[in-house]
Design a protein. Structure first.
Length: 512
């Protein structure tokens, strides 16, 4: 069998979203698994819908996720150029459409947009299939065509879909799919401005680039009969069709912005790790079999096969992505985590993302700026904080808030903690005493801090540690929950602890 050749063929008409990237990922994984080639082709023939900067964003999204392509846009290869507008300039499509005109598989049509609208309205009113099934041009005489040209009417080239027959494709995931050819309309192949449409350019390029599998989203199934007929019209061998399942929201609805249909690079800005997003996206509509869930990029490539693709819709479950992300964060060494966090905070999109209007969490921008400043001032201190918070955070962005209390000069005491503990009779003295012990301590490793706390409790005949540990935690962190107290004490160090106990002490003595 020929080596697998698959292509990711985005149109630069908007930012890549989860669906696009899953499309690219499946092809990357298939190519990797089979030793095949993944090609990146830019389909920019719809000039009216081009979005400036989009090509760069496509490349940046793929690179961030380490989705590789061995041939194509940006890397070159034997079928250059890989941008369709440039291929059009070379006359690749014009030459081939001539061939179809000559063999009768295509015809010129001269309908005005008013005529096309009227046709559609007529079809709607009369409950007929909607589309262009030939109009007056499919069977026009050479004289009619010559006259229309002489009148200077806008000319498009349409595909002549065979009539009164059945069009069949074998989809790798869905098996045999067939259409009554009388329900398949004649698509435009070359537009009035001379540009090829997606239908034509994509299929021509799939052939010329020796694509073995047309892998794409399920939304393209309705175009498949046209595409199959085009291959047949040229007498080319059809590639295999693989229509991957759509992605739906958890409630079965169409994916919306709220439920994950966001720019891929926004996931980066939100603090997701590329390996978590890749892992998550790969499992939407594909299953490795069994109940494997956490799989790194190498494991995914090893396990990937077309057999695991499901015909039913895949579900986007943000909770699952969050769970995965937390898992990947916990698995990092401190050094790796530190490097990822530095990279995340230095990325210019990060702060811009959190400063946007309507952000889910308006406090995050401030927390992340604080962390950025701390990284400049005292990177070792920030590094020492990470293991304490690593267990609890879900995204890199969460480190902003999680670390905030370590970095401020004056912690904010949560009401609940202050009200519960600062009024207790033993607490002012506890703070004074701890402050003095800390000032005098020779060392303040975690075990030393634990000994200080335990000795205090024992010396005061306290059987339970709670009435000591809880107020200390509130004094040092402002919060009632957080990392282990002894670790936290050790990381805060002498000066910070003394300052914090002094403030808490004053507050406890004054108002309780
Ligand atoms: N340019 C098309 C798109 O962006 C590609 C569809 C296909 O993979 O055939 O949706």
């Amino acid at each position: 069998m020929n080596p697998v050749r698959v292509r990711y063929a985005p149109s630069p008409t908007g930012s890549p979203h989860v669906g696009n990237i899953r499309d690219a990922l499946f092809k990357h994984l298939l190519a990797k698994n089979t030793g095949g080639v993944h090609i990146l082709r830019i389909e920019d023939t719809d000039r009216a819908r081009l979005v400036p900067g989009c090509e760069d964003e496509i490349v940046a999204s793929l690179r961030w996720l380490s989705i590789e392509w061995q041939e194509g846009f940006g890397v070159g290869g034997p079928h250059e150029p890989y941008r369709q507008s440039e291929r059009k300039e070379l006359g690749i499509y014009a030459k081939l459409v001539e061939q179809l005109l000559a063999s009768g598989h295509a015809y010129p049509a001269f309908d005005t947009s008013e005529e096309l609208t009227a046709m559609r309205e007529y079809q709607q009113i009369n409950k007929q299939p909607i589309g262009y099934f030939g109009g007056i041009w499919r069977d026009a005489t050479p004289e009619q065509v010559a006259q229309a040209r002489a009148e200077g009417r806008t000319e498009v080239i349409r595909q002549r879909i065979p009539r009164n027959t059945t069009i069949v494709i074998e989809d790798v995931i869905r098996g045999r799919i067939e259409w009554d050819s009388n329900t398949v309309d004649d698509p435009v192949l070359i537009k009035g401005d001379g540009m090829p449409t997606y239908h034509f350019a994509a299929m021509v390029d799939d052939h010329l680039m020796e694509i073995t599998h047309i892998m794409r989203g399920e939304e393209w199934i309705s175009s498949a009969p046209k595409h199959a007929c085009l291959f047949d019209a040229f007498g080319w061998q059809r590639p295999a069709f693989v229509h991957c399942p759509v992605i739906k929201g958890k409630d079965g609805s169409k994916l919306s912005k709220r439920h994950g249909d966001t720019r891929v690079l926004d996931f980066r800005s939100a603090g997701y790790l590329p390996e978590a997003l890749i892992n998550f996206v790969a499992l939407i509509g594909w299953s490795p079999g069994g109940d494997r869930e956490l799989m790194n990029p190498t494991e995914l490539a090893e396990a990937f096969s077309l057999d695991g693709l499901q015909p039913s819709p895949g579900v986007f479950d943000l909770d699952k992505l969050r769970w995965m992300n937390g898992n990947y964060i916990r698995a990092f060494s401190t050094e790796e985590l530190f490097n990822r966090l530095v990279e995340y905070i230095r990325e210019s999109d990060t702060l811009a993302y959190w400063s946007r209007e309507g952000t889910d969490n308006p406090a995050t921008a401030g927390h992340l700026s604080q962390l950025a400043a701390a990284l400049e001032r005292d990177p070792d201190f920030v590094r020492s904080l990470l293991p304490l918070e690593q267990e609890r955070v879900v995204t890199l962005a969460d480190f902003g808030e999680a670390c905030a209390f370590f970095l401020v000069d004056e912690v904010e005491f949560v009401d609940q903690g202050r009200e519960k503990w600062f009024g207790e009779a033993h607490v002012p003295e506890l703070f004074t005493s701890m402050r003095e012990k800390i000032a005098a301590a020779a060392a303040l490793e975690t075990a030393d801090c634990e000994a200080l706390v335990r000795d205090y409790a024992a010396a005061h005949g306290m059987e339970k540690l709670g009435p000591v540990v809880h107020p200390l935690r509130v004094a040092l962190s402002g919060k009632t929950k957080g990392p282990g107290l002894f670790e936290m004490m050790s990381v805060l160090g002498r000066d910070r602890m003394i300052a914090r106990f002094q403030r808490a002490e004053a507050m406890a003595r004054s108002n309780g």
